[in-house]
Design a protein around this ligand. Structure first.
Ligand SMILES: [Zn+2]
Length: 482
């Protein structure tokens, strides 16, 4: 219909707009890459559209924003991104935990966890602007917003990352970070927990994060400690952000290790207290197990560990570290040494804490999925449907509208993503249509790449990118600049 009023109309929906407001029946009209109208039932009866779809009463919501990803290279190498699109995700935030693919061309040092993003040769961008352009040229199936990683800056600017950065090295890192922020990065991330960043103190981090007080952006941190010293790490986090005068987001908030189970009452109180005087956000994934590189020094024989990948023994992917150690007749630590380099899935948390943190009103949803792992943590394929299905519908942790808010409006607002995360006229037409009665995650720790159920349609920038459990031809994702 060449002279149609709109490009797309979704009729007969239950609109959950991302703000937390109650669902309301209605229709959504799209023109170009934006939402043109949100109307009560029947109000668009006479309107015409090139594509006109009756969604049969299903939910129309803003596309989900995956606030915590390591999809920096995944978006370039595998632009279909089925793991994310199949869940209803329309925007991913990359560059978390201090590791970003840009700006870095490694010469000698290439310390983990950089290898969660790719191999040394995959790091090809000497500037952040080149990475942003590569995303735009590739046109993945989801939008990409990016943080600049502290470890990436350290490896690219320092002779020895086991030291605190010198004044000259801080200046060099500031230059690279400023280039990234100027090229549209939405913030700066740290992974102070990891060995290559441990020597960085509050002063080093604040002198970098402080650039954003003028240039804009958020400080996002995988804190120095999520175990016994989590309260100290949180104080450090709040102090750093105050010193830098920037908003801060605590990544994948958790209380790790059996001795810390139940402490989320304490940690959420600390966040609540800090929020009285500064801007603090947090994200979480809906599982009691975490996943990252397998560091033999962190192996705890009392908590179950699954091998996610191993370069030395690829066939061990998916197996329990305890079983491998049994077969090899050695300790779990020794088995981890032999598997290097490797990644693991760690059953570190209490379900009680997971539920309390997910329920906290300011918690956003982020998968922390690791897209290059041979046997990935199921969060890569299941996070968003699991929050809506298991935790929302089945356990009643929150109403549907609040669950959607945690993965849309709240996320866009906290990370400063303009005109996203809401169904309203003028916002980008990033939308998902799903069945609230059947949506569920199917991936688990035995079959971690099973596609979720209940997602009918995904729309990115006005184009349908996913329908009937399969990708369409459209690839309309772009680099989201601040
Ligand atoms: Zn992390």
């Amino acid at each position: 219909m060449a002279d149609a009023q709109y490009d797309l109309i979704l009729r007969n929906g239950s609109i959950v707009d991302g703000t937390g407001a109650p669902a309301a029946p209605g229709d959504v009209a799209v023109k170009g890459d934006r939402i043109a109208a949100v109307a009560t039932p029947g109000a668009l009866r006479a309107a015409t559209a090139a594509t006109d779809i009756d969604v049969g009463g299903q939910v129309i919501a803003p596309g989900f924003i995956d606030t915590h990803t390591h999809d920096d290279r995944f978006a370039l190498a595998t632009p279909d991104m089925a793991a994310k699109v199949s869940q209803g995700v329309t925007t991913v935030i990359v560059g978390n935990c201090g590791i970003s693919l840009a700006p870095l061309i490694p010469n000698s040092a290439f310390p983990p966890p950089l290898n969660l993003l790719g191999k040394r040769d995959d790091f090809q961008f000497s500037t952040f602007a080149e990475y942003a352009d590569a995303v735009d040229d590739t046109k993945p199936k989801v939008n990409v917003a990016a943080l600049v990683g502290h470890q990436t800056l350290r490896v690219g600017s320092m002779d020895d990352v086991s030291e605190k950065a010198s004044v000259a090295e801080v200046v060099a890192m500031q230059g690279r970070l400023a280039e990234g922020l100027g090229a549209g990065a939405i913030g700066f991330s740290t992974g102070l927990y990891y060995k290559p960043n441990k020597a960085a103190d509050k002063e080093e981090v604040a002198s970098l994060a402080g650039l954003m007080a003028d240039m804009g952006g958020v400080y996002v941190t995988h804190m120095r400690n999520e175990h016994d010293h989590i309260a100290d790490a949180m104080e450090e986090t709040f102090d750093t952000a105050r010193e830098a005068s920037v908003p801060v987001i605590i990544s994948h908030h958790k209380c790790a290790g059996p001795q810390n189970h139940g402490r989320s009452t304490e940690t959420l109180s600390l966040i609540e207290a800090a929020r009285e005087s500064q801007t603090v956000g947090l994200d979480a994934y809906p599982y009691a197990a975490g996943s990252t590189v397998l560091d033999p020094d962190n192996v705890n024989p009392d908590t179950r560990t699954i091998v996610a990948w191993s370069e030395a023994h690829p066939d061990m992917s998916g197996r329990d570290l305890a079983d491998i150690a049994g077969e090899w007749n050695c300790s779990q630590r020794e088995a981890a040494v032999r598997l290097q380099p490797a990644g693991g899935i760690f059953f570190l948390m209490a379900e009680e804490d997971v539920q309390r943190i997910l329920s906290y009103p300011h918690t956003m949803i982020g998968s922390d999925g690791l897209p290059h792992d041979v046997f990935p943590h199921p969060r890569l394929w299941g996070t968003f449907p699991r929050v809506l299905g298991h935790y929302g519908r089945e356990l009643g942790l929150f109403p549907l509208e609040e669950a959607v808010h945690k993965m849309t409006g709240l996320s866009a607002c906290t990370f400063g993503l303009k005109d996203r995360g809401e169904v309203r006229p003028g916002a980008f037409a990033d939308l998902v249509v799903f069945d609230p009665a059947t949506i569920r995650d199917a991936a688990d720790f035995k079959a971690p790449t099973e596609q979720a159920e209940g997602i009918d349609m995904v729309i990115v920038g006005g184009a349908i990118t996913w329908r009937d459990r399969a990708p369409t031809e459209a690839r309309t994702g772009r680099f989201v600049r601040r």
